[in-house]
Design a protein. Sequence first.
Length: 219
Amino acid sequence: MFDIEKGIEWDEGVVGYKFQSHEAYTARYENTDEIRIPLQEDLCTLPCDSLILIEGQLVKTDATTNKTVPATETKFVNNGVAFLFSEIRYEVSGVTVDTNTKPGITTTMKNLASLNQSESLKLTMSGWDLNEEATKPIDGYFQACIPLNRLLGFAEDYKNIMLNIPQELILIRSNSDVNALICATNEKARVVIDKIAWLVPHIVPGLKEEVKLTKPLKR
C-alpha cells in the first residue's frame, strides 16, 4: 500500500553516469590490422552498456584523374559494419573473457532469430536495416554505433560494474571488405575507417557505496 505520510527516500547509490570515449593506441585501421583500445585500471565502468563508434567513408579511384573520390553509388549490406572485422575480443587483466570470430555472420544470424520489430529499429544506428535504406552512406561518409552487447555474449549477460581493473577491447580488421559492401557495376569501392572509439559508461558511486566497494575483503 502507498504510504503518503512516509518520508522521501533518496537513492544516492550512483551519483554520476556518463559516457567517455576511449581510442586505440594507433590510428591505423587498414585491412588485417589489430586495433587495441585499453581502459585504465583506476576506473569504475559498466561495459555491458558500452558502444563501439566507427566513422569512415567509402571511396574509389577515379578512372579519369586517378584520384581517390567518394563512392556514392556503393552501400553497406545489412549489418555491414560488423563485417568489417574478422574478430572482436574482450580481455580483463590480459585474460581473454570473450571472443567473437566472424562477427558479421554471427550477429546477423542472432539478430534475425531474436530481434522483434522494435528492437530492430533501435539498431538502425549500428547499420542494421532489413530494408537496407539506412545502409547507404551520405556522400560516401558513414557513422555507426554498435552496442557491445550485440557483439559479445559477456556484455549481454554480465550487467555489473568493473572496478579498478584493466580492460581491453581488441578488434581485428577483415582482410577484405567485399562481404560488407554492395557495389554499383561501375564502382570498385573500399572502406576507409577514420575513427574507432569505445564509448564506455563511467560510474561515480555515492560515498556509502564507494566505501563498500573499496573496503578490503575480510579474511
